[in-house]
Design a protein around this ligand. Structure first.
Ligand SMILES: Nc1ncnc2c1ncn2[C@@H]1O[C@H](COP(=O)(O)OP(=O)(O)OP(=O)(O)O)[C@@H](O)[C@H]1O
Length: 617
């Protein structure tokens, strides 16, 4: 095989060049495997799953065929570039997975540290905990009569009793409600003098926007807590990004905090944890003292991290309560939970919140979310044709119609922008948002923004070459710590006495910037579903591409529609809609297997039917 004729990208070629320098006589099969691994990492996989690819032609435009599994493994094992976990070689083969050494080390270390954390039980005053939980979740005793057990209370109980808690739930299922209460219960464990006892609680999230939202939600939830003022005062008010928390150093992968220089925290709560990739999660867990509690909040059904790994979803696999855990929980909370032995060693650290208080009752969005996550293509299509007030489907979209609809949808915002009052402009902008699956193409973010901007500029008589005009919304593309602007932040261009200024939301109001001072940015009438993670809008218009795309997956579709609070409008051809519902993106990784309660070969296959399968029940 001639490697030079393979259709490889620059990253793959650079990797092959460095492997050839290390081993000039490396076999083409080993180098081709490394190139495939590199491409897999770029797509979000942590490793190359040999069993899935053996015997196939990985590059359709090239006649190279991968050997059968056994032969492939033997070929790799014979190479000096490939070794076992812990070996000082660039590629690691474990079982049927090929890793870059660094990723194998991240995954192995993360699994070991999570297992150690899960096995170590902190001392808990059970009587006090039971009393705290009864009081803090009393509101559920009356309102949730039909929704037994009270998973919010159970999640709180697990988080206090364990050093690791994983709480997954869709929008409005009460993750914030639960976490403030569980933090209050933890503080009450300290005997009513939380400040003297000095419980250091940290709040963090993967993005600046998510961190700000979390801090705001926690500040807002404090007031209603049935606890002493001292406990409220001891609850944290600020949240940081994970990069800031860990002390990232520019472009190097090294961080200031690690096992040798741990974070000074007793409890760390991480929101939007499904957006955290393997490398960052491994560094985070390494930097947290073994005695600290780690509470991960997220939505396992949402899109995963942009970088490699699907850690949060993997942690949620194989959950369940064995008889002892169920009995303990019943004693503490008075809630009976079904016994279902977990197939993951972390199984009982995971609790799903399944009842959405936002999409309750006859909410079409809630029902749509359920059908999409269930992979129900026919049911999704049928629901969208029922004429529910909060759902609309345009099955024959044209770019011209879309432009007109967007111009109309953003009309109230553009009118508010002309008045120049930032609060009203932001409120109007958050009332309607166009989301796309991808960046490129006529149905991508770039194409839609360009066409819509040209139309708006024509109407308000701004020259086409002018980048700035009243109402231009932008999204920041890189973190600028000096200015306090972060990747994903949204700014709105408004007229002021000093000329055009771009306003950004901040804790104490709105901060104006001269357009020339902004870090790199894009126009943001339309944004990708990826970038919309962690945000919500009253109405969402979700436009799917005309052509089939590997980006069209169930998690993308689900994430997109659940950004809407009041109404969602889907612009998609029927086949694209069906593909999105039917396609489950599975990332290749080995974390779930490393966390298995029993060795994988004896494990009872994928998680059996769970008592907590439902999404929004
Ligand atoms: N058990 C409950 N009973 C009644 N209302 C509740 C309950 N739990 C949460 N809510 C309400 O539902 C809304 C969403 O709750 P919360 O913000 O805690 O959910 P979340 O999962 O953090 O949401 P998000 O998707 O915004 O992250 C809030 O208005 C909250 O007051």
């Amino acid at each position: 095989m001639n490697l030079d004729s393979l259709p490889l990208g620059p990253l793959e070629r650079a990797l092959l060049a460095s492997l050839r320098r290390l081993e000039p006589s490396a076999e083409p099969l080993v180098l081709a495997s490394a190139a495939l691994l590199c491409a897999a990492l770029e797509q979000g996989d942590v490793c190359l799953p040999l069993a899935r690819l053996a015997g196939q032609r990985p590059w359709p435009e090239h006649d190279f065929t991968l050997p059968p599994l056994g032969e492939w493994r033997e070929g790799l094992e014979a190479s000096s570039l490939v070794g076992m976990p812990g070996d000082f070689v660039p590629l690691i083969l474990t079982g049927e997975r090929l890793y870059l050494a660094r990723y194998e080390a991240y995954e192995r270390q993360l699994a070991a540290q999570l297992l150690a954390r899960a096995g170590d039980r902190p001392a808990v005053d059970e009587t006090r905990l039971s009393e705290s939980l009864t009081r803090l979740f009393a509101f559920n005793a009356s309102s949730q009569a039909g929704q037994r057990p009270d998973w919010q209370r159970l999640a709180a109980a697990q988080a206090v009793r364990r050093r690791l808690a994983v709480i997954s739930g869709g929008p409005g299922t009460g993750k914030t409600t639960t976490v403030v209460r569980l933090l209050a219960a933890l503080l009450e464990q300290r005997g009513g003098h939380p400040q003297d006892a000095g419980l250091a609680i940290g709040l963090a999230a993967p993005t600046g926007k998510a961190a700000a939202r979390m801090a705001e939600a926690i500040r807002g939830a404090k007031a209603a807590l049935p606890v002493e003022q001292a406990i409220k005062d001891a609850l944290p008010e600020e949240a940081r990004t994970l990069h800031r928390l860990l002390g990232s150093r520019g472009d190097t992968p090294a961080v200031r905090h690690h096992a040798g220089n741990p974070l000074a925290l007793d409890v760390l709560v991480v929101d939007e944890a499904s957006m955290v990739d393997l490398a960052l999660m491994a560094k985070l867990v390494d930097a947290l003292p073994p005695s600290a509690r780690l509470i991960l909040l997220g939505d396992k059904d949402q899109l995963c991290a942009v970088e490699a790994g699907a850690v949060f979803a993997e942690l949620c696999e194989g959950r369940g309560f064995d008889a002892a855990a169920a009995a303990e929980l019943e004693r503490l909370t008075g809630q009976a939970v079904a016994v279902e032995p977990p197939s993951s060693a972390l199984g009982d650290a995971v609790v799903l919140l399944t009842h959405s208080h936002r999409f309750a009752g006859d909410s079409g969005i809630g029902e749509l979310a359920r059908r999409i996550n269930g992979g129900d293509v026919a049911g999704t299509r049928q629901l969208l044709q029922e004429g529910r007030p909060d759902l609309a489907w345009n099955a024959q979209p044209t770019p011209q119609d879309l432009l007109e609809r967007l111009d109309q949808g953003y009309g109230p915002y553009l009118a508010a922008a002309r008045v120049g009052e930032p609060a009203a402009a932001f409120a109007a902008f958050n009332a309607f948002r166009a989301l796309c699956a991808q960046r490129e193409g006529a149905w991508g973010v770039a194409g839609i923004n360009e066409a819509l901007e040209a139309r708006i500029k024509r109407r308000v008589q701004v020259a086409g070459r002018e980048r700035w005009y009243v109402g231009r919304p932008v999204m920041v593309r890189q973190n600028d710590y000096a200015l306090g602007l972060f990747n994903g932040d949204i700014g709105l261009c408004l007229q002021t006495d000093h000329g055009l200024r771009v306003f950004f939301e901040s804790e104490d109001g709105y901060r104006p910037f001269a357009p020339a001072r902004l870090p790199s940015h894009d126009s943001a009438f339309a944004m990708t579903v990826h970038k919309s993670q962690g945000s919500e809008f009253a109405e969402v218009l979700l436009a799917l591409p005309e052509q089939p795309s590997p980006l069209l997956t169930r998690s993308l579709f689900y994430t997109g529609i659940t950004r809407a609070k009041r109404k969602v409008e889907i612009w998609a051809l029927a086949p694209r809609l069906a593909e999105a519902v039917a396609t489950r993106a599975e990332r290749a990784a080995g974390l779930a297997e490393r966390l298995a309660a029993v060795p994988a070969r004896q494990a009872p296959g994928p998680a059996s039917a769970s008592t907590q399968l439902g999404l929004f029940d």
